[in-house]
Ligand binder design. Sequence first.
Ligand code: NAD
Length: 351
Amino acid sequence: MKTILITGGAGFIGSNFVKLMLDRHPEYKTINIDALTYAGNLETLKDIDTNPNYEFIKADIRNREQIEDIFRNNEITAVVNFAAESHVDRSIEDPEIFLTTNILGTQVLLDTAKKYWKIDPADKYSTDYKPGVKFLQVSTDEVYGALGETGMFVETMPLMPNSPYSASKASADMIVRAYHETYGMPVNITRCSNNYGPYQFPEKLIPLMINNCLEEKDLPVYGDGMQVRDWLHVSDHCAAIDTVLHKGIDGEVYNIGGNNEKSNIELVKLIISILGKSEDLIKHVKDRPGHDRRYAIDNTKITTELGWTPAYTFEQGIKETIQWYLDNNEWAENILSGEYANYYDEMYNKA
Ligand code: NAD
């Protein structure tokens, strides 16, 4: 049996991916490790708690001893690294934890995966021989920096990150690449555009707007709201990662995106109209420093070389997502009343 180690599986995308792996690959054991920061939530995973192929371990990817123990006690065949500090606004307020988690944490995982390579000499002569633990780094299109009015991100572009968050993710990408070039580790890097869907932490744009709309609170829009993002449903992102995990060529980077560009203001107005609220709720606030103007992903490589295509249209995905938040009010309520309430006050209710 193969054992997949998923890090950050109590977060938004990681939890969706854990569920996809259990559904699609009942022949695998799936181990989820997560430090359960403010963004990690075991409530999200309660429906799979008793699945015999699933195990949760509370662990911090920066803690070498904990990570070594996990590798020593399990025959890990692949690592998919989602664990990260992921919110750009928080990285502007306090960059350090972004550097320790996103960069040093990734390096601890790589080092340990390298140490626990299990090379079966018999396999060496098989045509699909792969040396050791596959390492898939989940990265972001933000590492490329910002685009002008036209053009798209392709995998060969130089990395020009603009926020502490994207700089930390770009650094991790470089280290993953180096472990492939230097030690021959079988790695892949995926760079995905903005995700939306169920179980997203309410500080991110789409759940923030849905929750505020439902409560008829101000909808804070940075600057003129003309920043453009390329949106992808989380289940399409997870399916793409599964594809790369199984079919990706070692050492390759794959962009993931759904050709779905929307300006922030367009998106906010769409949510308002689906929920039947008033555009008077929109409140333009001071723009985020260093705010990238436009992202757009060229997904030609993953679609043509690996055969992945997104299943969701944005129109269908956003309606389902809004319905999910309506149906799962309790999940959001628990978060909205915790540490997040203080953070929200600090960010948006400052005098
Ligand atoms: P998230 O913030 O919802 O989840 C991150 C998870 O990592 C949380 O469960 C948290 O507890 C865990 N974590 C944080 N520090 C940890 C540590 N030191 N050790 C172990 N666990 C730790 O983030 P997300 O939106 O699900 O993003 C997951 C990954 O995907 C990130 O690497 C992010 O950079 C990348 N990504 C996100 C998007 C997006 O739109 N959300 C787009 C592209 C790429």
